[in-house]
Write a protein that binds this ligand. Structure first.
Ligand code: SF4
Ligand code: SF4
Length: 393
């Protein structure tokens, strides 16, 4: 019964943190040679990892890191899944007494928060980044099958129709929660606005999410705006032929549809690591994200290519040095910068590594506050912030 209630909650409210117990778990009958995997303590993620392992009859040790119930991507970008978190869970969970090897498989999307070089130095554990999607885990663990997976299948984030539909439902539910109070207040003056807007929000959320790959414009507000225009055109057509709605009322609803759709589109990029949010450039006037490899510093380790979920890098087949080949796809996650061992990736990131609208605004405000405080004190920026704000010398 509890599981059914949880499933219903995850259908609508999966963006809210939902913590489960952190620590070491056994999946199947692991022995001293079995693989050790790590994930966050978001209940849904843990459940999916366990289901995938059980489905493929893989015996494994699963380390559940305390990430405040937040998913891997957001926890890594938001500073809840870091090198420190993992060192701590490795030392305190008892895993070191359970296995003979020291090899840890991390979720691919944790790379934005975890520096594998530092992790190895501090814990003695060698870390590998697993596939980006749990459905490739069995193939990844099975070395013979794993070698047939391409870079794209292993590493690159996708946003298939099924996921877009689920996210559309979640977007509708969350938006209703946020908008319920202002809507109820406005309903005092505009009769029926609230209950007529409920299906509208759900519909626009679903369309924004499901059609996101095909809507014109860059991800975010422009797509939402395009969708708003499209839906309002259909609305005008129907209202003038089937419902015979008055001109002013039609105009009012048309504007309302465009406004709502633009708002819902603005929030869309935070729903998938597939896209970078545009809010930094649009609202905060920041420069477009830029990363660039400094050839003289690159030692050709290839880690930037491994951790990048957007296939931004290519390695030269003979020199092994990396180069940026697909800048437009960059989502500003910071994983390459975090893991480059020789500080070879120039960047213009200014406000932490999170790229969704919520985190961007929070980080930007924090960054602004920090700068103001430091200016008042006459001090310098902390090293971590400096690393993300200045190109390497
Ligand atoms: S840019 Fe950095 S991470 Fe990428 S191959 Fe060069 S040294 Fe390695
Ligand atoms: S290039 Fe962009 S998307 Fe790829 S790892 Fe670096 S910051 Fe993330």
């Amino acid at each position: 019964m509890l599981d059914i209630l949880k499933d219903v909650w995850f259908l609508f409210g999966r963006l809210f943190p939902f913590p489960t117990k952190a620590g070491l778990r056994k999946v199947g009958n692991p022995n001293r040679q079995s693989p050790v995997l790590l994930t966050c303590n978001f209940e849904l993620t843990v459940r999916k990892v366990v289901q995938a392992l059980e489905h493929d009859h893989i015996d494994a040790w699963l380390l559940v890191a305390p990430t405040k119930g937040i998913n891997v991507w957001c926890a890594a970008g938001g500073g809840h899944l870091t090198t420190d978190t993992i060192v701590s869970v490795l030392k305190t969970s008892g895993i070191e007494n359970m296995v003979d090897h020291r090899q840890l498989i991390l979720p691919q999307l944790s790379a934005a928060g975890v520096n594998v070089w530092a992790l190895r130095e501090r814990s003695g554990w060698k870390s590998l980044f697993g596939p980006v999607d749990i459905k490739y885990l069995a193939a990844y663990l099975d070395k013979n099958r794993g070698k047939y997976l391409s870079q794209r299948e292993h590493r690159c984030v996708g946003f298939p129709l099924r996921d877009r539909f689920v996210m559309g439902v979640n977007l509708g539910f969350n938006s209703l929660l946020f908008l319920i109070l202002p809507f109820l207040i406005v309903s005092i003056w505009i009769n029926g606005l609230w209950w007529k807007s409920v299906p509208l929000i759900f519909l626009l959320s679903l369309f924004n999410s499901v059609l996101a790959l095909w809507l014109p414009g860059r991800p975010g507000v422009q797509k939402g705006f395009s969708l708003g225009l499209l839906v309002s055109a259909v609305f005008v057509l129907i209202s003038q032929t089937a419902w015979t709605m008055g001109q002013w009322e039609t105009l009012g609803w048309t504007g309302w549809i465009v406004l709502l759709s633009t708002y819902l589109g603005y929030d869309m990029p935070s729903w998938s690591p597939l896209w970078r949010a545009d809010v930094k450039e649009l609202v905060l006037g920041m420069k477009r994200t830029h990363v660039e490899v400094v050839p003289i510093r690159c030692i050709g380790c290839g880690l930037c290519k491994i951790v990048c979920p957007a296939n931004v890098f290519e390695q030269n087949p003979s020199t092994k040095k990396s180069a940026v080949v697909n800048m437009d796809a960059c989502q500003a996650c910071g994983a390459c910068i975090e893991n480059c061992p020789n500080n070879a990736i120039k960047n213009n990131f200014r406000a932490g590594v999170c790229s969704c609208p919520t985190c961007t605004v929070i980080n930007s405000v924090k960054s602004l506050k920090r700068k103001t405080t430091q200016q008042k004190k006459g001090g310098k920026e902390p090293a971590a912030a400096k690393r993300f704000s200045e190109p390497p010398a």
